[in-house]
Design a protein around this ligand. Sequence first.
Ligand code: CTP
Length: 454
Amino acid sequence: MNGLLLDLRDRLKPPLWEFINRAAKQAEERRWNLYLVGGIVRDLLVHQFDDRCPILFTDIDLVVDGFEGTAVTNGGIELAKILKQLYPNTRVEIHPKFQTADLIWKHDPEFDSLSIDFATARTEYYPYPGASPVVRASSIRQDLYRRDFTVNAFALQLTQPDRGKLLDFFGGREDLKNRLIRVLHPQSFFDDPTRIYRAVRYTLRLKSELEAQTRSYLNAAIDSGIHRQIQTEQTKVPGVQTRLKKEIKYMLEAPYWQTELKQLANLGALKFIHPQLTLDNRLFRQMQAIDRGLRRFHSFLKVRIDRWVILLELLLTRLDAEDGLQVAANLQLSEDSLDRLHKFYRFREHTLERLSQSQRTSEIVSVLQPHDLPFLILIAVCSSRSIRRKIWQYITQWSQIKPMLNGEDLKRMGYRPSPQFKEILEEVKIRTLDGEFGDRTQAETFVLKNYSPQ
Ligand code: CTP
């Protein structure tokens, strides 16, 4: 076994290594080649140069072609189905249009949660910029050529006779060593503008630079106006929105999100989200404040919220309501996000003014009470300092204050449960919040004086 395969074996859990070998054997029996491709091969190579670089095995990409580089129509799907029979615990998802299939494990005792993608080596073309590609079975070389960057265009052969051989047709190894991100052909960014985001991400993640020619292709794609085509032809290009969302998520989840976002903004690449979206200092500071706010109020969060989700929502609040909601829908954000954005625009228009004028604690609480923490953080970072202070105080203190009396106390005092109960408790709560009662006796005296027991 050669170096890369040994590295792979050492880094995979034994059941996964066994799975890969069984898959290779099944392919060999059918006179197919099986290759490991994508980020995992790149990361194995990076690891050879830079031992500190972690390898994340969240998904594994395999590609099938025929011996002597012939095309095997549906080979990937066939192989996935065969392995599904050998691993009945998995779920298989088939995508005939792309000639791919995923084998999926969920919380498996041996495999944990993992997805293995089986593809048929394919060539593809994009009928128009950003479109979903039209695909045709082909050889591994052509399959690698359709990919984004040389450093992502490796294949590690898993089947005999060349088991363990690294296929590097486009100089990816050299580029990895020289820390260069280079496209494989001039059309790359036009075919798929989300590669602009990927290019910047890889420069940061792999501590690399854009190769000069690649940089000029990237700038040309940004300046060409294809972003308008993508936005006006939504229904024709749903795929690009899915990929864009994935890239935005990767970016905002990464430890280097601030640098990546700034670089994309400087390149003018935010227009692929929306033509009017820009990043000024104020917005950038607000985004940093979201990050801090989520950490600071972590213990108050009742449900988990991902940082990338709320950072993206904040970006969209920069647009007017109609555009922001349209972008959110195009990116297929969750119902939760759409809901929060709806509320945000309404709040900004109708309620913010009231909040800025409210001085009494009870009034502030009644404005903020209906909203959850992510929403409050979003509003806070976009507001003036005085409003922000009120919101922080609400989160940390006022939302925790309990009224001096409760229903049991009222019963003990001789009141019978009735609609009036609610009214009394509400009044007690308001006065408690506004600090009008020094202790419970004062609260009781107030109630007895103002409401007669029935
Ligand atoms: N790819 C591409 N263009 C895209 C997205 C992906 O050419 N817009 C190709 C790349 O060759 C990439 C492969 O598809 O290696 C798989 O994509 P993805 O799963 O997004 O990346 P990973 O390989 O998992 O790499 P990473 O760890 O960098 O995310």
